[in-house]
Design a protein around this ligand. Structure first.
Ligand code: ZN
Length: 314
């Protein structure tokens, strides 16, 4: 029988980052422009390290390769990546390729379909989510002529909102938003517009307009955004998305709750509250900001506490 695997996040400095990863989650951020917490990651650009237990000190990638029995997956690489992002300033408007395009053009990388659960948002916070161009030609024309106001769809967001961002969607987090992002394990971004900002060395950041125009879905497709919450004894489960890339759910636990064994390994992030998880003979504390993997073959378990979790799996 397996037990939970707790992970140590990796932090990434970003031009748009800030200090909210420390303010909200008490993470030991390395500087005052920390943009990303790679919480559950086996991507070579920033791997989580196992914290405690028999696998202490191993990277998630090593664990995936050497202990496949923990995961029971047929994917050649750990396919998911959980991040928390602090957008203290606007992120660049960007788009990601799908699997086929990334495989061909980005050295076999996965594509990047992602999704956002809004953890915190300032009152007038907005995101860029989709576009208004009716054809590739119009998209190209509006990008080349800088008609950003006309091209980009801007929508207001609040804490608790969820957005599915399939590959090919033009998007950007706006200033004053903290999100938990569940995504394919990929680091390929095509930047379309960066508000004319300069980096620490006074340079404009590189844009990737050709590739961006190639991969952007045109015209914009409708992305469904209504979710059902199911109520169990002491537990509310909201399923946000479930498709061939990932399933993402929010679990709100209000009471000691008995849970059946998971059929798949699962990624768990504690976004609010604290409590305990009881698995077999073990009792593990869960604190806000903790990230763990529940391997396959853990058996039935219990969670106690007043706690909110984001849970994802393949
Ligand atoms: Zn993105």
């Amino acid at each position: 029988m397996n037990v939970p695997i707790f992970l140590q996040p990796v932090f990434q400095e970003r031009i748009w980052g800030g200090t909210k990863l420390k303010d909200l989650f008490n993470y030991p951020i390395p500087n005052n422009s920390t943009g990303e917490c790679w919480a559950i990651s086996a991507h070579p650009n920033g791997q989580s390290i196992v914290k405690g237990g028999v696998f202490q000190g191993m990277s998630l990638g090593e664990l995936w390769n050497s202990k496949p029995e923990l995961f029971g997956s047929s994917s050649p690489v750990f396919p998911l990546l959980t991040k928390i992002l602090d957008a203290s300033d606007n992120l660049s408007v960007q788009v990601h390729p799908d699997d086929g395009y990334a495989d061909k053009n980005e050295n076999g990388e996965l594509g990047k379909t992602e999704c956002w659960y809004i953890l915190d948002a300032e009152p007038d916070a907005t995101i860029i989510y989709g576009h208004e161009a009716s054809s590739k030609q119009e998209l190209e024309y509006m990008i080349q002529s800088g008609e950003w106001e006309k091209l980009l769809r801007k929508i207001p967001v609040k804490q608790g909102d969820f957005f599915y961002v399939p590959s090919g969607t033009l998007h950007a987090l706006g200033k004053g938003i903290v999100v938990l992002e569940t995504q394919q394990s990929s680091d390929t971004t095509y930047r379309v517009y960066d508000y004319g900002r300069r980096d620490n060395n006074g340079n404009l950041r590189e844009l990737h307009l050709g590739k961006a125009i190639e991969v952007t879905t045109t015209p914009q497709i409708h992305i469904p955004s209504s979710y059902v919450t199911q109520k169990y004894d002491g537990l509310y489960i909201t399923q946000f998305v479930s498709n061939s890339y990932f399933t993402v759910e929010k679990w709100e636990i209000t009471n000691k709750t008995k849970l059946p064994a998971h059929p798949k390994y699962s990624l768990i992030s504690v976004i609010e509250g604290n409590g305990y998880i009881f698995i077999q003979d073990g009792k593990y504390i869960l604190n806000k900001g903790d990230h763990l993997i529940l391997p396959v073959d853990c058996g039935p378990y219990e969670i106690d506490g007043i706690i909110q979790l984001i849970i994802s799996h393949e």
